[in-house]
Design a protein around this ligand. Structure first.
Ligand code: ATP
Ligand code: LTN
Length: 333
């Protein structure tokens, strides 16, 4: 039996190099060995204000980007969260088992609440529970995510315990975070002390997957670097250069020390020129494939439908077990 992998990305902004390196690149490598489900977390996007027509286009765009980045719909179940209503149903059950105190500890909530002072809604607060429902519905063994999601995974594991204690039933598999070694935390280009985030208001902070090559070049060349001139990996004293080296290493497979050796005696500018080329060349075929896919909405609709059917067949089974365990009466047909 292959182990089950599940992961997703919130449908906000445009997927960035951070999402690619920290998440989707790893997803792609797992697709041959594991039973993988990858989804678009469109319901999670609603914790911040969304324009309906933008959201709709973005759902198609993300789906096409998943495919263009190499996720194969034959090897994986690729689907849209809102197409499988079991996510929100299990969410409610788990919400009723999760103490407020546990949610209060979530650092991402605090960060996002500070950023969104005008819209600190209850969904933003309870969102890690919906994330737990996403994972537990599919009995996932492993959840490949970037470092920022580690705490949410821990909460998900706690929730498994809350359920077992409350109902004396061992229905859910205990999931584990799967965090890559290189690039688990790609930093912002202008402010390398914070993570690259696709919903950043300042677009100079990220490179998106489907960005114009000229813009990519400009953004990388103007990335913040540090004092001094040596190209060395030192996250504390040289966070800017370290981030560029991490990007370079993650995209080429060359180790950081190999790169440090190669750039002895060279300037930051040399590194940036080379890195810009690596990024542009990596993303060129992705962009070309994306341009083709996004024109074909019928094809995307078809894939979304079959992905949702396959996902739902599995989600239904878990939810039925949960409803039975907690004493709800099944509707008779
Ligand atoms: P938002 O800005 O909307 O919060 P985000 O860029 O943080 O979005 P998510 O949709 O929250 O992206 O995350 C999708 C996946 O990408 C997650 O597994 C997350 O851990 C990973 N990820 C996000 N940002 C980075 C980053 N800077 N470095 C590495 N991995 C990342
Ligand atoms: N919260 C995640 C996206 C996400 C997710 C999930 C990831 C929603 N549900 C389940 C893994 C498993 C984020 O990266 N913001």
């Amino acid at each position: 039996m292959k182990k089950t992998i599940l992961s997703g990305s919130t449908v906000t902004g445009d997927l960035t190099l951070g999402n690619y390196i920290g998440a989707i690149h790893n997803w792609k490598q797992l697709q041959d060995q594991y039973d993988c489900l990858y989804f678009l977390a469109d319901l999670h996007a609603l914790t911040t204000t969304q324009d309906p027509s933008v959201l709709k286009n973005r759902i198609y765009s993300f789906f096409a980007q998943y495919l263009a980045l190499g996720l194969d719909p034959k090897k994986n179940v690729i689907f849209v969260q809102s197409h499988v209503h079991e996510h929100t149903e299990l969410n409610w059950i788990l919400t009723c088992l999760t103490p407020m105190g546990y949610l209060n500890r979530m650092t991402q909530f605090k960060e996002k609440a500070e950023k969104n002072i005008k819209n600190i809604n209850a969904g933003l607060f309870t969102y890690p529970v919906l994330m737990a429902a996403d994972i537990l519905l599919y009995q996932a063994d492993l959840v490949p995510v970037g470092e920022d999601q580690r705490q949410h995974l821990e909460l998900c594991r706690d929730i498994v315990g809350f359920f077992e204690r409350a109902y004396q039933k061992d229905i859910f598999k205990m999931p584990e975070a799967h965090i890559g070694k290189v690039g688990a935390r790609i930093m912002s280009l202008q402010d390398p002390l914070k993570k690259m985030s696709k919903s950043d208001d300042n677009e100079k902070n990220f490179v998106s997957i489907i960005e114009d090559p000229k813009k990519i070049e400009k953004k990388i060349k103007s990335a913040a670097t540090d004092s001094g001139t040596e190209i060395q990996f030192d996250e504390e004293n040289k966070p800017g250069v370290s981030n560029l080296l991490t990007l370079y290493s993650a995209l080429t497979g060359r180790t950081i020390s190999e790169l440090e050796q190669a750039y002895v005696g060279k300037m930051y500018g040399h590194l940036k020129v080379d890195l810009a080329e690596v990024v542009i060349e990596t993303l060129k075929p992705v962009r070309a494939q994306y341009d083709d896919l996004i024109k074909n909405q019928d094809y995307l609709d078809e894939l979304m439908k079959s992905g949702a059917e396959r996902a739902q067949a599995r989600a239904q089974k878990t939810l039925a077990q949960v409803y039975q365990a907690i004493g709800l009466v099944a509707r008779k047909n």
